[in-house]
Design a binder for this molecule. Structure first.
Ligand SMILES: [Zn+2]
Ligand SMILES: [Zn+2]
Length: 261
C-alpha cells in the first residue's frame, strides 16, 4: 500500500512533460516508501494508433534508465526507487521481446507485462485501449465476441511465461478490455477464474491498477473489486499501481484498496 509500482515519466509520448524527479517528490510528499518507474518499453511492432505514441522510443531508453539511477541515489534516504518497464506482450513477437528483455534483464524484476495490442484473425494488430471510437468501430468490424475472446486468448499466452526466466511476472491491468464497458453496454464474459488460476499457477502478481477509476466509461479499479477479492482468496499477490502519467496521479485512490475495506 505504501508503494506505487506503476508509474510513467516524461519519456512516455502520450504522457505529460513533467520530469521523473517530480514524480519522486510527489511520492515522498504522499508518504510512500517505494516508487517503481515502469515506462512503456519500446514496441516490437509498428504502433497502430494514429499518433504513434504508445511507447518510449528505443533512443530514449538509456536516458530513462540513467535518470532513474541518478534519482535512486539522490533520494535514497527518502524513498526506495526502482526502475522497471511496462512491457507489451505482443503475440507473434515473442522472440524479439525476449531478446530485448535479456539485454535489459536487470529491469525485469520490477517490470509489468501488459496486453494493449491483440492480434486479430485477419493478421492485424489492434490497440484495445486507444479510444472509444476505435473500440466501437472494431466491434462492428470483427464482432464483440471475437474481440474479447482474442484478448482472453492473448492473456493466457502472456500468463504462460512467454519469455522464460526473463518474463516480467506482474500482469498489468488484467481486465483492460473493460475500459469502454459503458460505451457498448455489453458484458465482457471471460473466464476470469481460469485466468486467475493461471496467474497463481505460474506465480505471477497482479497489477492492482487505480487508473481505471478515472476512466469515465469504466470507473473501477483494474481488476474490479470483486476480482481482486477473488485473487486475494487464491493467495495471489497484488502490486499497487497508479499508472500515473502525471505527478499529481501518484498513489491515486490507494485508500480505496479492498484491503482497506
Ligand atoms: Zn501510458
Ligand atoms: Zn502503465
Amino acid at each position: 500500500m505504501f508503494s506505487d509500482n506503476h508509474v510513467h515519466t516524461q519519456y512516455c509520448p502520450h504522457g505529460s512533460p513533467e520530469v521523473m524527479e517530480m514524480y519522486v517528490q510527489a511520492a515522498v510528499k504522499k508518504g510512500l516508501t517505494r516508487l517503481t518507474f515502469t515506462e512503456h518499453a519500446p514496441l516490437m511492432i509498428d504502433d497502430t494508433v494514429p499518433e504513434k505514441d504508445s511507447a518510449m522510443s528505443l533512443e530514449d531508453l538509456s536516458a530513462y534508465i540513467k535518470e532513474g539511477e541518478k534519482l535512486k541515489k539522490r533520494y535514497q534516504h527518502d524513498i526506495d526507487i526502482r526502475i522497471g518497464l511496462e512491457v507489451d506482450y505482443i503475440e507473434g513477437k515473442e522472440k524479439e521481446t525476449e531478446a530485448f528483455l535479456r539485454k535489459y534483464s536487470s529491469l525485469v524484476p520490477y517490470s509489468i507485462l501488459s496486453v494493449h495490442f491483440i492480434l486479430l484473425p485477419d493478421g492485424t494488430y489492434f490497440c484495445i485501449d486507444y479510444s472509444k471510437e476505435s473500440f466501437m468501430e472494431k466491434i462492428d468490424q470483427v464482432g464483440f465476441d471475437t474481440l474479447t475472446q482474442t484478448y482472453e486468448r492473448t492473456l493466457h499466452k502472456a500468463l504462460s511465461l512467454p519469455f522464460g526466466d526473463v518474463t516480467p511476472k506482474t500482469l498489468g491491468h488484467l481486465n483492460l478490455i473493460q475500459k469502454f464497458d459503458k460505451a457498448h453496454g455489453r458484458k465482457v464474459l471471460l473466464d476470469w477464474t481460469a485466468l486467475l488460476d493461471k496467474v497463481s499457477e505460474n506465480h505471477y502478481r497482479l497489477d492492482y491498477n487505480f487508473a481505471g477509476l478515472d476512466k469515465p466509461l469504466y470507473g473501477q479499479t483494474y481488476p474490479s473489486a470483486q476480482l481482486v477479492s477473488q485473487a486475494l482468496d487464491q493467495g495471489i499477490e497484488l502490486s499497487h499501481g497508479s499508472d500515473a502519467h502525471h505527478p499529481d496521479e501518484i498513489g491515486r485512490y490507494f485508500e480505496r484498496s479492498v484491503e482497506n475495506g
